[in-house]
Ligand binder design. Sequence first.
Ligand SMILES: C[S@@+](CC[C@H](N)C(=O)[O-])C[C@H]1O[C@@H](n2cnc3c(N)ncnc32)[C@H](O)[C@@H]1O
Length: 242
Amino acid sequence: MGPANPRESQAPQDNTRRIGSKQDLVAGIREARRRLAADGPPRVRSGADFERVSVPVADSDVLRDLLLAEKPGTVIEIGLAYGSSALAIAEALAAAGPDEARHVIVDAYQKHFHGSGWAAIAGAGLAGLCSLVQERSQIALPRLLSDGFVADAAFVDGSHIFHNVFVDLFYLRELVRPGGLVILDDCSYPSVATAARYFEVNTGWQREPIAAPTRLRAFRLPKPRAEPDFKSFRPFGLDATG
Ligand SMILES: C[S@@+](CC[C@H](N)C(=O)[O-])C[C@H]1O[C@@H](n2cnc3c(N)ncnc32)[C@H](O)[C@@H]1O
Protein backbone atom coordinates (compact mmCIF):
# COMPACT_ATOMS: atom_id res chain seq x y z
CA MET A 1 0.00 0.00 0.00
CA GLY A 2 1.05 3.67 -0.18
CA PRO A 3 3.03 5.40 2.50
CA ALA A 4 1.79 4.88 6.04
CA ASN A 5 2.78 8.38 7.00
CA PRO A 6 0.60 10.70 4.92
CA ARG A 7 3.36 13.29 4.75
CA GLU A 8 5.61 10.75 2.99
CA SER A 9 3.19 10.72 0.10
CA GLN A 10 4.21 14.29 -0.69
CA ALA A 11 7.68 13.05 -1.65
CA PRO A 12 8.83 13.86 -5.21
CA GLN A 13 7.55 11.38 -7.73
CA ASP A 14 9.97 8.84 -9.20
CA ASN A 15 9.08 8.60 -12.88
CA THR A 16 11.71 5.91 -13.46
CA ARG A 17 9.38 3.48 -11.65
CA ARG A 18 6.96 3.60 -14.56
CA ILE A 19 7.13 0.34 -16.40
CA GLY A 20 7.72 -0.07 -20.15
CA SER A 21 6.33 2.12 -22.93
CA LYS A 22 3.25 4.30 -22.77
CA GLN A 23 1.31 1.77 -24.87
CA ASP A 24 2.30 -1.09 -22.56
CA LEU A 25 1.27 0.94 -19.53
CA VAL A 26 -2.12 1.82 -21.03
CA ALA A 27 -2.70 -1.80 -22.10
CA GLY A 28 -1.84 -2.97 -18.58
CA ILE A 29 -4.26 -0.48 -17.01
CA ARG A 30 -7.04 -1.56 -19.39
CA GLU A 31 -6.41 -5.18 -18.48
CA ALA A 32 -6.43 -4.31 -14.76
CA ARG A 33 -9.75 -2.51 -15.21
CA ARG A 34 -11.20 -5.44 -17.13
CA ARG A 35 -10.10 -7.92 -14.47
CA LEU A 36 -11.37 -5.79 -11.59
CA ALA A 37 -14.77 -5.44 -13.25
CA ALA A 38 -14.99 -9.13 -14.14
CA ASP A 39 -13.55 -10.77 -11.03
CA GLY A 40 -13.83 -8.07 -8.37
CA PRO A 41 -11.08 -7.32 -5.85
CA PRO A 42 -9.32 -10.16 -4.00
CA ARG A 43 -10.97 -9.14 -0.70
CA VAL A 44 -14.08 -7.11 0.09
CA ARG A 45 -15.38 -5.63 3.33
CA SER A 46 -18.63 -7.55 2.98
CA GLY A 47 -21.04 -9.16 0.50
CA ALA A 48 -21.74 -6.93 -2.50
CA ASP A 49 -19.58 -4.06 -1.22
CA PHE A 50 -17.54 -3.79 -4.44
CA GLU A 51 -20.64 -3.29 -6.59
CA ARG A 52 -22.14 -0.93 -4.00
CA VAL A 53 -19.23 1.51 -3.61
CA SER A 54 -17.45 1.41 -6.98
CA VAL A 55 -18.12 3.76 -9.86
CA PRO A 56 -19.64 1.43 -12.50
CA VAL A 57 -17.58 0.64 -15.61
CA ALA A 58 -19.71 2.79 -17.95
CA ASP A 59 -19.38 5.82 -15.65
CA SER A 60 -15.66 5.14 -15.18
CA ASP A 61 -15.36 5.20 -18.97
CA VAL A 62 -17.14 8.57 -18.99
CA LEU A 63 -14.65 9.80 -16.38
CA ARG A 64 -11.73 8.53 -18.47
CA ASP A 65 -13.12 10.14 -21.62
CA LEU A 66 -13.70 13.50 -19.92
CA LEU A 67 -10.06 13.46 -18.81
CA LEU A 68 -8.78 12.22 -22.19
CA ALA A 69 -10.39 15.31 -23.73
CA GLU A 70 -9.02 17.52 -20.96
CA LYS A 71 -5.42 16.18 -21.22
CA PRO A 72 -4.60 17.11 -17.62
CA GLY A 73 -1.10 16.89 -16.20
CA THR A 74 -2.22 16.54 -12.58
CA VAL A 75 -5.43 15.02 -11.24
CA ILE A 76 -6.50 14.84 -7.60
CA GLU A 77 -9.02 12.19 -6.60
CA ILE A 78 -10.86 11.72 -3.31
CA GLY A 79 -12.05 8.17 -2.58
CA LEU A 80 -9.99 5.16 -3.76
CA ALA A 81 -11.96 2.22 -2.28
CA TYR A 82 -11.29 -0.78 -4.60
CA GLY A 83 -9.70 1.37 -7.33
CA SER A 84 -12.29 1.44 -10.15
CA SER A 85 -12.32 5.21 -10.71
CA ALA A 86 -8.60 5.54 -9.92
CA LEU A 87 -7.69 3.10 -12.70
CA ALA A 88 -9.93 4.99 -15.15
CA ILE A 89 -8.25 8.29 -14.24
CA ALA A 90 -4.81 6.68 -14.51
CA GLU A 91 -5.72 5.30 -17.94
CA ALA A 92 -6.47 8.83 -19.17
CA LEU A 93 -3.29 10.25 -17.62
CA ALA A 94 -1.13 7.46 -19.03
CA ALA A 95 -2.70 7.75 -22.50
CA ALA A 96 -2.96 11.52 -22.89
CA GLY A 97 -1.02 13.15 -20.07
CA PRO A 98 2.56 14.39 -20.12
CA ASP A 99 5.46 12.16 -19.01
CA GLU A 100 5.47 13.89 -15.63
CA ALA A 101 1.69 13.36 -15.10
CA ARG A 102 0.58 12.97 -11.48
CA HIS A 103 -2.45 11.38 -9.89
CA VAL A 104 -2.80 12.21 -6.22
CA ILE A 105 -5.35 10.01 -4.46
CA VAL A 106 -6.73 10.88 -1.03
CA ASP A 107 -8.38 8.09 0.94
CA ALA A 108 -8.60 7.99 4.72
CA TYR A 109 -9.87 4.46 5.02
CA GLN A 110 -7.97 2.39 2.43
CA LYS A 111 -7.08 -0.13 5.15
CA HIS A 112 -10.80 -0.87 5.59
CA PHE A 113 -10.69 -2.04 1.96
CA HIS A 114 -7.72 -4.34 2.78
CA GLY A 115 -5.48 -2.12 0.64
CA SER A 116 -7.24 -3.46 -2.49
CA GLY A 117 -7.40 -0.14 -4.34
CA TRP A 118 -3.73 0.59 -3.90
CA ALA A 119 -2.84 -3.02 -4.77
CA ALA A 120 -4.75 -2.64 -8.06
CA ILE A 121 -2.89 0.60 -8.77
CA ALA A 122 0.52 -0.88 -7.95
CA GLY A 123 -0.29 -4.10 -9.85
CA ALA A 124 -0.96 -2.05 -12.98
CA GLY A 125 2.51 -0.47 -12.74
CA LEU A 126 1.14 2.87 -11.51
CA ALA A 127 3.04 3.31 -8.24
CA GLY A 128 5.12 6.01 -9.96
CA LEU A 129 2.27 7.96 -11.55
CA CYS A 130 -0.03 7.69 -8.53
CA SER A 131 0.48 8.58 -4.89
CA LEU A 132 -1.83 7.89 -1.98
CA VAL A 133 -2.53 10.26 0.91
CA GLN A 134 -4.08 8.19 3.70
CA GLU A 135 -5.84 10.94 5.53
CA ARG A 136 -9.26 12.56 5.66
CA SER A 137 -9.57 14.86 2.69
CA GLN A 138 -10.78 17.67 4.95
CA ILE A 139 -7.36 17.54 6.61
CA ALA A 140 -5.23 16.71 3.56
CA LEU A 141 -6.60 19.27 1.10
CA PRO A 142 -5.77 22.40 3.15
CA ARG A 143 -2.23 21.06 3.62
CA LEU A 144 -1.86 20.42 -0.12
CA LEU A 145 -3.03 23.99 -0.67
CA SER A 146 -0.48 25.43 1.72
CA ASP A 147 2.18 23.23 0.02
CA GLY A 148 1.38 24.98 -3.28
CA PHE A 149 -0.13 21.89 -4.97
CA VAL A 150 -2.16 22.69 -8.12
CA ALA A 151 -4.31 20.25 -10.11
CA ASP A 152 -5.83 20.53 -13.57
CA ALA A 153 -8.82 18.38 -12.64
CA ALA A 154 -10.39 16.68 -9.62
CA PHE A 155 -12.66 13.71 -9.06
CA VAL A 156 -14.72 13.68 -5.87
CA ASP A 157 -16.09 10.41 -4.47
CA GLY A 158 -15.10 10.43 -0.81
CA SER A 159 -17.34 11.19 2.14
CA HIS A 160 -20.90 11.91 1.01
CA ILE A 161 -21.83 13.84 4.16
CA PHE A 162 -22.90 17.34 3.12
CA HIS A 163 -20.39 19.31 5.21
CA ASN A 164 -17.51 17.06 4.12
CA VAL A 165 -18.39 17.39 0.43
CA PHE A 166 -18.77 21.14 0.87
CA VAL A 167 -15.33 21.40 2.50
CA ASP A 168 -13.80 19.20 -0.24
CA LEU A 169 -15.26 21.48 -2.91
CA PHE A 170 -14.22 24.59 -0.98
CA TYR A 171 -10.58 23.48 -1.12
CA LEU A 172 -10.79 22.08 -4.64
CA ARG A 173 -12.00 25.49 -5.80
CA GLU A 174 -8.54 26.70 -4.78
CA LEU A 175 -6.50 23.61 -5.63
CA VAL A 176 -7.82 23.17 -9.18
CA ARG A 177 -6.45 25.82 -11.53
CA PRO A 178 -8.81 28.42 -13.00
CA GLY A 179 -10.54 26.89 -16.04
CA GLY A 180 -9.97 23.36 -14.69
CA LEU A 181 -12.55 20.64 -14.15
CA VAL A 182 -14.19 19.25 -11.00
CA ILE A 183 -16.07 15.98 -11.56
CA LEU A 184 -18.36 14.44 -8.95
CA ASP A 185 -19.93 11.06 -8.54
CA ASP A 186 -23.29 10.56 -6.84
CA CYS A 187 -25.00 13.90 -7.40
CA SER A 188 -28.23 11.93 -7.14
CA TYR A 189 -27.73 12.25 -3.35
CA PRO A 190 -29.11 15.59 -2.10
CA SER A 191 -26.12 15.93 0.27
CA VAL A 192 -23.68 15.86 -2.67
CA ALA A 193 -25.88 17.78 -5.11
CA THR A 194 -26.59 20.56 -2.60
CA ALA A 195 -22.89 21.05 -1.85
CA ALA A 196 -22.11 21.27 -5.57
CA ARG A 197 -25.04 23.59 -6.11
CA TYR A 198 -23.50 26.26 -3.87
CA PHE A 199 -20.46 26.50 -6.12
CA GLU A 200 -22.59 26.52 -9.26
CA VAL A 201 -24.97 29.22 -8.00
CA ASN A 202 -22.51 31.42 -6.13
CA THR A 203 -19.01 30.96 -7.53
CA GLY A 204 -19.47 30.68 -11.28
CA TRP A 205 -18.89 26.93 -11.74
CA GLN A 206 -20.42 25.98 -15.09
CA ARG A 207 -22.00 22.59 -15.71
CA GLU A 208 -19.85 20.82 -18.33
CA PRO A 209 -22.00 18.94 -20.84
CA ILE A 210 -21.42 15.17 -20.87
CA ALA A 211 -22.53 13.44 -24.04
CA ALA A 212 -22.93 9.91 -22.63
CA PRO A 213 -25.59 8.97 -20.09
CA THR A 214 -23.92 8.99 -16.66
CA ARG A 215 -24.43 9.54 -12.97
CA LEU A 216 -21.33 11.78 -12.94
CA ARG A 217 -21.53 15.55 -13.03
CA ALA A 218 -18.73 17.87 -14.17
CA PHE A 219 -18.13 21.56 -13.52
CA ARG A 220 -15.80 23.96 -15.31
CA LEU A 221 -14.20 26.46 -12.95
CA PRO A 222 -14.21 30.13 -13.96
CA LYS A 223 -11.11 31.65 -15.49
CA PRO A 224 -9.88 33.91 -14.02
CA ARG A 225 -10.93 32.76 -10.56
CA ALA A 226 -13.62 35.13 -9.25
CA GLU A 227 -14.42 35.86 -5.61
CA PRO A 228 -18.13 36.65 -5.16
CA ASP A 229 -19.28 39.68 -3.19
CA PHE A 230 -21.02 38.54 0.02
CA LYS A 231 -23.95 40.84 -0.84
CA SER A 232 -24.57 38.89 -4.06
CA PHE A 233 -25.04 35.60 -2.14
CA ARG A 234 -27.84 33.46 -3.60
CA PRO A 235 -29.56 30.72 -1.59
CA PHE A 236 -28.43 27.42 -3.05
CA GLY A 237 -30.48 24.62 -1.51
CA LEU A 238 -32.06 22.38 -4.15
CA ASP A 239 -35.52 23.37 -2.94
CA ALA A 240 -34.62 27.06 -2.91
CA THR A 241 -33.20 27.20 -6.43
CA GLY A 242 -34.76 24.29 -8.26
C1 LIG B 1 -17.71 5.46 -2.65
S1 LIG B 1 -16.09 5.00 -2.16
C2 LIG B 1 -15.12 5.46 -3.58
C3 LIG B 1 -15.28 4.53 -4.74
C4 LIG B 1 -14.23 4.72 -5.81
N1 LIG B 1 -14.32 6.02 -6.38
C5 LIG B 1 -14.35 3.64 -6.87
O1 LIG B 1 -14.81 3.90 -7.99
O2 LIG B 1 -14.00 2.49 -6.57
C6 LIG B 1 -15.71 6.25 -1.00
C7 LIG B 1 -14.25 6.26 -0.57
O3 LIG B 1 -14.02 7.46 0.14
C8 LIG B 1 -13.20 7.22 1.25
N2 LIG B 1 -13.52 8.25 2.25
C9 LIG B 1 -14.66 8.39 2.96
N3 LIG B 1 -14.62 9.49 3.72
C10 LIG B 1 -13.42 10.08 3.45
C11 LIG B 1 -12.79 11.26 3.92
N4 LIG B 1 -13.37 12.06 4.80
N5 LIG B 1 -11.57 11.56 3.42
C12 LIG B 1 -10.97 10.75 2.53
N6 LIG B 1 -11.50 9.62 2.05
C13 LIG B 1 -12.73 9.29 2.51
C14 LIG B 1 -13.53 5.80 1.67
O4 LIG B 1 -12.42 5.22 2.33
C15 LIG B 1 -13.82 5.14 0.34
O5 LIG B 1 -12.65 4.57 -0.18
